[in-house]
Design a protein around this ligand. Structure first.
Ligand code: 5GP
Length: 350
């Protein structure tokens, strides 16, 4: 047994210190980024925020809505082969950048077979792939990333999830362009409760970004953003991309029925390892495992574009507070201060 004594931080533990700035207004801030991916050599240009590959938020509708605004969505894993081929082939007709949608898969044989079939039929239409497992620390996962990289040198591969620098480096050496970071911070995740495993998300971002950038790789901070300021902190900590689930749930573009309770409209939102998801896709929770996600009702919020304005406005404003003309400069201009209180909630929590 070993105890790590250094302090590890979450979004709630810090604020960003303001700095002198010559920026006249937040409208002068450019929150798009340009990257050249380490392995694929391809170029990215856009707003590096994406919807999570969950049933609710990882939909074709979300990818289309976010794509028109320069953002992305990682599609959930449960679309059928034909649907995926049709969607990816339709991106140029819809005038959407290919970065608007990531194909997602796990590491099982069925995942691999479907992926191979889609790649065979859709060819170059699929450019971005997310290889996604709850625990990115297994040898099987690393080998799978290597195999996909060897077979598809031009694909942009995002792989995760992990929370430490050592494995981030290993994944980049194995062929990942982007390493997805986060174990346990998600809004409908119960991994920390069920297993006791996890890592405070801001420190995970800082440490993994440092490891990835040293090798020319990138990271995507996945989970735990609750308010727009958390995205600013994630970018400030070194995240290149951010994935969000709960903040994008409850919108028209999300899958699932709208339900009414006491005259109010809600949409269902559940973790991909929750009992609900396992009952839907795996015929129930297998005897050897426990559910590591939960289901909640999220207030219905109309079209996602309304929420986007809040999120992007918050990130732009953070940049003006520290004098970052471009999102790229935000991390260089970020000094975190540790705090014991974030908000004044005398008039409630909103
Ligand atoms: P959020 O933005 O809602 O805080 O976090 C979204 C992330 O939570 C997802 O991208 C995914 O990494 C994670 N997640 C989604 N469903 C589950 C689940 O059932 N269990 C766990 N442990 N994590 C989940």
């Amino acid at each position: 047994m070993h105890i790590e004594e250094s302090i590890k931080l979450d979004f709630k533990d810090v604020l960003i210190r303001p700095k002198r700035s010559t920026l006249p207004s937040r409208s002068n801030v450019d929150i798009r980024r340009e990257f050249i991916f380490h392995h694929s050599g391809k170029k990215y240009f856009g707003i590096p925020i994406m919807a999570a590959n969950m049933d609710s938020t990882g939909t074709f509708e979300m990818a289309t809505a976010l794509g028109t605004q320069g953002l992305s969505a990682a599609l959930h894993k449960h679309y059928a082969e034909n649907e995926l081929v049709g969607f990816f082939q339709s991106l140029p007709q819809k005038n959407l950048p290919r970065s608007s949608a990531f194909y997602s898969m796990g590491v099982g044989q069925a995942d691999y077979d479907k992926f191979t079939a889609v790649m065979h039929r859709a060819g170059d239409a699929v450019e971005y792939v997310c290889i996604d497992v709850a625990n990115g620390y297994t040898e099987r996962f690393i080998q799978f990333v290597k195999k996909v990289r060897n077979e598809h040198p031009h694909l942009i591969i995002m792989a995760g999830n992990v929370v430490t620098g050592d494995i981030t480096e290993e994944l980049i050496l194995a062929g990942a362009d982007i390493v997805k970071v986060g174990i346990g911070p998600g809004s409908v995740c119960t991994t920390r409760k069920m297993t006791g495993v996890g890592y405070p998300q801001l420190s995970a971002i800082i440490e993994c970004a440092d490891a990835a950038h040293g090798l020319g790789g990138l990271i995507c901070a996945d989970g735990g953003c609750v308010v727009p300021g958390d995205l600013a902190k994630a970018f400030g900590g070194g995240a290149d991309f951010i994935m969000v689930g709960g903040m994008l749930a409850g919108h028209d573009e999300c899958a699932g029925d709208t339900v009414e309770r006491d005259g109010k409209k809600y949409k269902r939102f559940y973790g991909m390892s929750s009992r609900t998801a396992m009952e839907k896709y795996a015929g129930g929770v297998a005897q050897y495992r426990a559910s590591e996600g939960k289901e909640v009702l999220v207030e219905y919020r109309g079209p996602v574009i309304n929420t986007l304005q809040d999120i992007l406005g918050g990130v732009r404003s953070a940049c003006t507070y520290v004098g970052a003309r471009k999102l790229k400069e935000l991390t260089k201009r970020t000094t975190f201060i540790r705090v014991t209180q974030q908000l004044n909630e005398v008039f409630g929590k909103s």
